[in-house]
Ligand binder design. Structure first.
Ligand SMILES: [Mn+2]
Length: 288
């Protein structure tokens, strides 16, 4: 079987607010790259109906499988109503996929695929069990980890190999989840003792966490930012859903434009800059 047949890219959504809309936008990026091995897991009927009606590849997480994992549900999950149970479901579903022998690539619905990540991931999984994205901006949380390591591990994009080590790791995470306010705190506290400090922006390196071989992905590969840039493979935007949706459409448009449109956009931007400069000059002359 080929790597992509053995691998699932997935996200998780609920029907709160504009989450289903964001999930549909997320899927559009994958379609654009002709990636077929993805699925959106819906944790309620509302989000499932929304996506299903629009022909987006999705699956409803059944009540049985939700109750099956009740013991793992984080009792102390932050009472963030919007995000709700997405945090625990991303880990539960990873476990199910790994146990089916599938490598799991998890991405938040605000982590958009500008390019096909599979070739790079396939290469890294030859020597690693776990690939983690990082947060390097000054408000990265948990704060203790950022202070000690210079960055934090992000719960919004990770890859797990269908290896015994990968399965062990996800079981450990699910066992511990109830001790933490969310999955990002849980993951960071687990890796904290194994990671070394890196101040450099790219902060890509490999390390062993017990038996688990881990690679930290570069910010060039998975970028955590509020800039709607198209340079990275995965763009994980920050901020509220409305803003994420706007950034998604800007980036999507940029990715889809031809050379002529690009030229026109650049020309227009330069014109605007000139105009603004002229305005400022005039202002200064009037003042002085
Ligand atoms: Mn996110």
């Amino acid at each position: 079987m080929s790597f992509s047949e053995n691998t699932v890219i997935y996200s998780v959504t609920n029907g709160n607010g504009r989450y289903p809309e964001l999930a549909a936008a997320w899927a559009r990026f994958l379609d654009r790259n002709n990636i077929n091995n993805y699925i959106i897991y819906c944790i309620d009927k509302k989000s499932f109906d929304y996506l299903n009606e629009r022909g987006v590849r999705c699956e409803l997480v059944t009540k049985e499988s939700q109750t099956k994992y009740k013991p793992f549900k984080a009792q102390k999950l932050k009472e963030n109503e919007r995000y709700g149970l997405i945090a625990s479901h991303k880990l539960m579903i990873a476990k199910e996929l790994l146990e089916q022998g599938k490598n799991a690539i998890y991405a938040d619905t605000d982590a958009f695929f500008c390019r096909n990540p599979l070739p790079h991931i396939q290469e890294l999984l030859e020597t690693h069990d776990c690939l983690l994205s990082t947060v390097t901006h000054p408000s990265a949380y948990p704060r203790e980890t950022r202070r000690k390591k210079g960055f934090t591990v992000c719960g919004g994009f990770f890859v797990l190999k269908a290896s015994p080590h990968g399965i062990n790791f996800i079981n450990t995470m699910l066992d511990r989840l109830s001790n933490y306010s969310d999955e990002q705190c849980c993951i960071n506290s687990y890796f904290s003792e194994y990671m070394t400090h890196r101040k450099k922006k790219g902060c890509a390196y490999s390390f062993l966490a017990g038996d688990l071989s881990v690679n930290l992905l570069t910010q060039a590969f998975v970028r955590r930012t509020h800039h709607p840039t198209t340079k990275n493979c995965v763009l994980h935007v920050t901020g509220p859903i409305g803003k994420s949706l706007r950034r998604a459409s800007v980036v999507y448009r940029k990715l889809s434009e031809g050379p002529k449109q690009k030229q026109r956009r650049r020309r227009r931007r330069r014109q605007m800059q000139r105009q603004r400069r002229r305005q400022r000059r005039r202002q200064r002359q009037e003042e002085g």
